[in-house]
Each structure stands twice: as C-alpha cells, then as structure tokens.
Design a protein around this ligand. Structure first.
Ligand SMILES: Cc1ncc(COP(=O)(O)O)c(C=O)c1O
Length: 438
C-alpha cells in the first residue's frame, strides 16, 4: 500500500508530543518538518523502501539524515552486527576491534594520524574545537556562515536564533566567514587572527569551491597558527571514502566524521594530526586535555557496523553509484522542470551524491509552503523525500518511479503557482528548525 491513511501515526504523534519535547528525538525528523498528511513514524525499512506504522510503503530519500548510505537493513552490515552481539558489548577494558577500526580509518583518511571515537557528530566537532583551543591557547572559532549545522553545543548554537539556554557571551567567541568569499576570510583574520584557535567548515555544501578557496583558507590558517578543521559528517563516505579532503586534496589539522561511516549505526570519529591529538593522550609531559571519553563511544556493534560498511565501500562501487543514481534522478527531474517551464520555481542543486531541491513561489522567492506542497504531493505518490539524496540501494527502477512521481507532483505545483496555493496545500506549511518561536 502506498501513501494514504495515517491513523496510527497521528495517534502516536499526539502521545509523542506529551512525552518527548518536539515529538521526536531529532528536530529534523519532527512533525514541523513535514506536511500534515505524512507518515509520522516508520516501522521498518529495507534498502531504500520504508513502511510506516500504518503499513504505507515509501521510497525514501535522505535515509536517516544522510547516515544510511548503503541501505536500510543492509545484509553485510546487519550480519556483522549480529555476529558481534554474540560476543558481548561493553567491557571494562577496550575491545581489540577499536584498533582494527582505528587502523582502517587512518589508512582511508589522508590527514589522519590518530583517531578517537564517539557516537555523534556534535560531540566530535566540539572535541575538535576544544582541542584547537587547548593547542593554541586561544578561544575564538571561525565558522562558515553557509553551514547550517555543525554542532548543538554553545560554540555553534549560541550565534543563531534558537540560542536560548546557551552561556551568554559564548556567541562572542564565534565569528564567521562566507563560503567562497575569501574577502570575508581576510577580514576575519584582520580582526581576530591573534585570538583565533581554529577555523571549521564543511569542505563543500551545495556549492563547489572556487578560485582555490579551500587551499587559500588552509594556507591562511597555517600561516597564522590557526587550526584548519573539516567537518566531514556529510562529505565523508559520500564525496569520496576519505571525504572532501580526499576529493579536493586538502590537509586539515583535525576532521570530524560520522553519519555515513556506519550505515546508520551510531559511530563518529575525530581524526587528525598526532601533534594535536596526542594532547588527549598519555605520552607527553604537557598539561593534559580531557579530549573525548564516553561510555559508549567505542561500542562493539557500531565498530563492527563501521568495519562492515568500509568493507562494502572497498569491494563495491558505492561512491560511483551514489553519484550515478543522483545523476539519473537529476536528469529526469530537470526534464520535467523544463517541460513545465518551472525553472524559476523549482531547482535541483548540489553534487549528484548529495542533491537537494529548492522551492520558490510565483515571485521566485524561496517558499516553505511550496516545499510543503511538493512533499505532500510526493508522499501521496509513495515518495518520502525531504531531499533527493540517494543511497547504494536506490535501484534504477526506484529512481525512475520517483522521477514519474516528481513529474506528477510538479503539475500540481504549477497549478498552485498559477491559481494560488491555498486550494492545494492541506494544513500548515513546514517551518525551519532554527527559529526563535514555535
Ligand atoms: C555537517 C554536520 N555536522 C555535524 C552534525 C551533527 O551531527 P550529529 O547529529 O550526529 O550530532 C550534522 C548533523 O546534521 C551535520 O550535518
């Protein structure tokens, strides 16, 4: 059964909002991010297909906020996890598997000489910032203003609209620059170079680096004793196995990996140069840094999942497929956009392995109501697509079915542009996560 009735979902949604703030444990999965008639809770998944609690089936895009790169319940990963479970999970001393994965990662990520594991991205980007502060004795952090989310911790969140509860003054320690805007980098360095501990950014988002931007940024960091940190949460295991640093030939001091490395299991890693990482260790006489130490950071099943994921990437053309499936989807969607003359209202942007869509109203302004309408029409047709990010499990047939559904959804979209959205959109529009009030 494809998208239709959502009775059980709606029941669970009501309960969820009573007992879980936001009704979901991840804001980006929350109800305010989806149309009112949408699957509220997923029961299970297989490949790129998911089934909600009402039994509706969908082809999914984005796949766990880009964490599931191979596919849901991907057999070799599931088998490796199941096998590891029989041997127990958390021990009083480290598991030998920690060394296996550490060595594997160091061989894959060009700049990595040492590694520490954790469970999520925010923890490792925050650890990178802390280590940079410890190593330089400076406190300021330069972040790329075009990166929407690098951490839920104060150093990042205090600058935005949803900063209630952060330590006042922390926002003054974070300054920003624009992607591909080297003048803004120079101006940041002119004002703050004595106080900057690090610069942190995603190697790329939806724009590619221009005019050698990333290398110039790396150089200006080096010549001012500022650590150059890459957030490879999305680019890692997607742009290439070793992330954006491999794709663009960069040599960051520290980098943070997560998301795709374990096909949806909770595993993240801070990797970097030994000269900095060792400060969190025992083999030095400097003052120690409490770098990363979590009870579950090196949990055995997630280590096993990561090793199994890497094995698949190394033995099968996963990265190539992420690109080619995205390219197939983009080509098909663009044909519909052209056919319907919707170039000014609907765009597909990003690398083929990381596509998103931009929705605009009749005046060409970015529009959340039109985003909601597009998702609503796709959901009706069995496609759950907050983005167009594919996985290794999106077959040609899945992609072609999606292209067909997009074509139909865009016909409705065009009608709504021509005669007003009110007659087409059911319920309230979606809203951005980062906003001051609900
Ligand atoms: C670029 C980037 N960095 C960091 C994070 C935080 O990762 P996590 O949600 O695992 O804490 C995210 C999550 O969306 C991200 O996209």
């Amino acid at each position: 059964m494809k998208g239709g009735k959502y009775e059980k979902s709606k029941l669970l949604q009501r309960r969820a909002h009573q007992i879980i703030p936001g009704g979901a444990n991840t804001y980006a999965k929350g109800d305010d991010q989806y149309p009112v008639d949408a699957p509220g809770f997923i029961d299970h998944g297989s490949g790129c297909h998911v089934w909600d609690v009402d039994g509706n089936e969908f082809i999914e895009y984005g796949m766990g906020l880009r964490a599931v790169t191979l596919g849901h319940a991907f057999r070799p990963v599931v088998d490796a996890v199941a096998e590891s479970l029989a041997g127990g999970n958390n021990f009083t001393r480290p598991a030998a598997l920690e060394i296996d994965l550490a060595e594997e990662l160091l061989s894959l990520v060009p700049s990595a000489e040492m590694v520490k594991f954790a469970k999520d991205g925010s923890t490792v980007t925050t650890a990178a910032v802390k280590l940079a502060r410890a190593a330089t004795g400076r406190e300021m952090v330069g972040v790329c203003s075009d990166n929407p989310f690098l951490s839920y911790n104060d150093w990042f969140i205090s600058r935005g609209p949803m900063n209630r509860g952060t330590v006042s003054g922390s926002e003054k320690l974070t300054v920003s620059f624009g992607y591909n805007d080297f003048a803004s980098v120079e101006s940041m360095f002119d004002r703050h170079k004595e106080d900057l501990a690090c610069v942190i950014l995603e190697p790329a988002k939806y724009e590619e680096p221009e005019d050698n931007f990333l290398h110039r940024l790396q150089d200006i960091c080096r010549s001012n004793g500022v650590l150059f940190i890459l957030d490879e949460m999305i680019t890692g295991f997607r742009w290439s196995l070793g992330g954006g640093q491999e794709t663009y030939g960069l040599d960051p001091d520290l980098s943070a990996f997560g998301k795709g490395m374990a096909n949806g299991f909770a595993q993240s890693a801070l990797v970097g140069k030994a000269e900095y990482m060792r400060l969190g260790g025992l083999n030095h006489t400097d003052e120690r840094v409490f770098l990363l130490s979590t009870t579950h950071g090196a949990e055995v099943p997630a280590l096993a999942a990561t090793l199994a994921t890497i094995r698949v990437y190394k033995s099968e053309p996963v990265i190539d497929y992420l690109y080619s499936s995205g390219e197939r989807l983009r080509t098909g969607v663009l044909a519909h956009i052209r056919e319907l003359n919707l170039e000014a209202n609907f765009e597909v942007i990003g690398r083929p392995c990381n596509l998103v869509y931009v929705t605009r109203d009749g005046d060409g302004n970015m529009s959340q109501p039109f985003r909601t309408l597009f998702m609503q029409e796709l959901i009706k047709r069995g496609i759950l697509a907050p983005s167009f990010v594919t996985s290794y499990s999106h077959s040609d047939e899945d992609v072609d079915n999606t292209i067909r559904a997009v074509g139909e959804a865009l016909v409705v979209y065009k009608q709504a542009i021509e005669s007003g959205i009110d007659g087409y959109l059911v319920g309230r529009p979606v809203q951005p996560v980062f906003r001051k009030f609900s």
